[in-house]
Design a protein around this ligand. Structure first.
Ligand code: ZN
Length: 275
């Protein structure tokens, strides 16, 4: 009888250890596998794993998050070293930069004149166009500036790829490819071709000196309320591919503009993390 009881206890213990031990082990295994498939960084793409690893090895000072962002941005390639066709040129969140290129034939179908009111200093600016979808918000921003006591103008709006090609080729012929790339987008890579990018002037302060306008800081602080962002901020050349441009604003819509502003990221980084 005692032997039978001992045997029974032994069997219960064995079953117990099977029940308690194995499921625990299985859960751990599942957890490990799950962790590998969905790491904590939401914008990690499994298919870029090798690129992340290579880039991290070459840039050990960067955090994992930075590496993933930069690789998603294609910064493991030189500017213009990898060209991706922009398949959604009409979307408000479309990105066009030194990687994303617009189709040569792309032209927005809703272009309208944007400087409809010449104001005091605007008569020298020829008729510039932009997409109709930005018109109302731009006019509202313009009115906000007028209420504050100064005037806002567009000094360059939509530019076709053919036009951009002429500008770029002229720069290359006059100087060099390197010099042209410093100051000028290659055809199909200009944000002006989306009809959503604008160069601006404030009062008599032309685009290249717009930063000196006494209300420039206030103007910047208002941009996102009207759906615009400063596209090429200071000290971000390595991310945007462009030197600081105080005059180039980009329309993305109010909601996205406010999110980008809050994130403190460039549009290129934000795009790499969210789209
Ligand atoms: Zn511009």
């Amino acid at each position: 009888m005692k032997k039978r009881i001992s045997l029974l206890i032994l069997i219960i213990c064995m079953v117990g250890s099977i029940v308690f031990f194995f499921p625990k082990k299985n859960t751990q295994e599942v957890k490990t596998v799950k962790k590998k498939q969905t790491p904590e960084i939401s914008f990690y793409h499994q298919e870029y794993k090798e690129r992340y690893d290579t880039y991290q090895k070459a840039h050990q000072d960067l955090s994992k998050k930075e590496v993933i962002t930069l690789v998603n941005m294609n910064r493991d390639f030189d500017f213009y070293g990898k060209i991706i066709k922009q398949e959604h040129p009409n979307d408000l969140n479309t990105i066009v930069n030194k990687y994303y290129q617009l189709d040569e034939t792309y032209e927005p179908s809703d272009l309208v004149e944007i400087n409809t009111n010449a104001g005091t200093y605007g008569s020298s600016y020829s008729k510039h166009t932009a997409r109709k979808v930005i018109y109302d918000d731009f006019q509202a921003l313009k009115q906000a500036c007028i209420n504050k006591g100064f005037e806002l103008y567009v000094t360059s709006g939509y530019r076709s790829t053919a036009w951009q090609k002429e500008i770029y080729n002229h720069m290359v012929e006059t100087y060099s490819v390197e010099r042209a790339d410093e100051t000028c987008s290659r055809p199909g890579h200009s944000e002006h071709t989306t009809g959503l990018g604008l160069d601006i002037a404030l009062d008599q302060y032309k685009y290249e000196e717009v930063e000196n306008h006494p209300q420039y800081s206030w103007f910047l602080s208002q941009l996102s309320n009207y759906g615009f962002i400063l596209r090429y901020p200071k000290d971000k050349e390595n991310l945007t591919g462009y030197s600081y441009e105080a005059w180039h604003i980009r329309y993305v819509g109010k909601e996205l503009a406010q999110k980008i502003e809050k994130s403190g990221l460039t549009f290129d980084e934000y795009y790499a993390r969210h789209f």
